[in-house]
Design a protein around this ligand. Structure first.
Ligand code: CA
Length: 223
């Protein structure tokens, strides 16, 4: 079982990430300030850290820099509301392995965590998913972030990719708008928003309309 250190001072997000990770077989520990984050991280008892930047005490950038100075190579995924290019670059140059901005969808965070846990030795542990998902010629390589339809490569945006991945992980299953909203867009979206409909339309245009079926009154299904 993979032990994940989640550093997040916003309760709502911390709970959301903890719950999701537990549901997928991980063992998350949540801390809510930079000093505790560093103490936990330096024990070496975690396989990965999800790190917020805006933290009480020492901030996420400082946690990361002290961690790397101490020689730790633990994978770090920054999860931050700061989404400027400057912050991204600073995070990645500071030794983060990945950077996700809030609001985020849990499925995307999960995909990135799994990806980082597979590197560099390709070690497979609990909760690690198959990197390639396929259904009737629709093929998604989560590691390479590539999607092909009958061997032809299609360009998907990050959201379209996440949506395709959710469908491929639940083939034949009807997924409601609310489920898709929480899996792809996360906790932060207005349930009245039509963003799901819009993105299903985009996805159909790219992978073939017949692949994603509308189940009236219930949701959508990957055929
Ligand atoms: Ca924060």
């Amino acid at each position: 079982m993979n032990r994940i250190l989640v550093v997040e001072d916003e309760q709502r997000i911390a709970q959301f990430v903890r719950k999701g990770l537990r549901a997928h077989g991980f063992q998350p520990t949540v801390v809510d300030d930079g000093t505790a984050a560093l103490q936990h991280a330096l024990t070496g008892g975690y396989e990965l850290m999800v790190l917020d930047l805006g933290l009480p005490g020492i901030d996420g950038f400082e946690v990361l820099s002290r961690l790397r100075d101490a020689g730790s190579a633990m994978p770090v995924i920054i999860l931050s509301a700061k989404d400027s290019i400057t912050d991204r670059v600073a995070g990645l140059q500071g030794g983060a392995d990945d950077y996700m901005s809030k609001p985020f969808g849990f499925e995307e965070l999960l995909a990135r965590i799994r990806l980082r846990l597979r590197e560099p030795a390709g070690r497979a542990g609990g909760g690690v998913a198959e990197p390639v998902l396929e259904r009737r010629g629709l093929r998604l390589d989560a590691q390479a972030r590539r999607v092909t339809v009958d061997g032809r490569e299609v360009e998907l945006s990050a959201r379209e990719f996440a949506l395709a991945e959710v469908f491929l992980r639940h083939p034949g299953q009807v997924l409601s708008r609310e489920q898709l909203l929480s899996m792809v867009w996360g906790y932060d979206f207005d349930p009245g928003s039509n963003v799901v409909e819009v993105y299903v339309r985009y996805l159909r245009r790219k992978v073939g309309a017949e692949r994603v079926e509308t189940v009236r009154g219930a949701g959508y299904r990957l055929v």
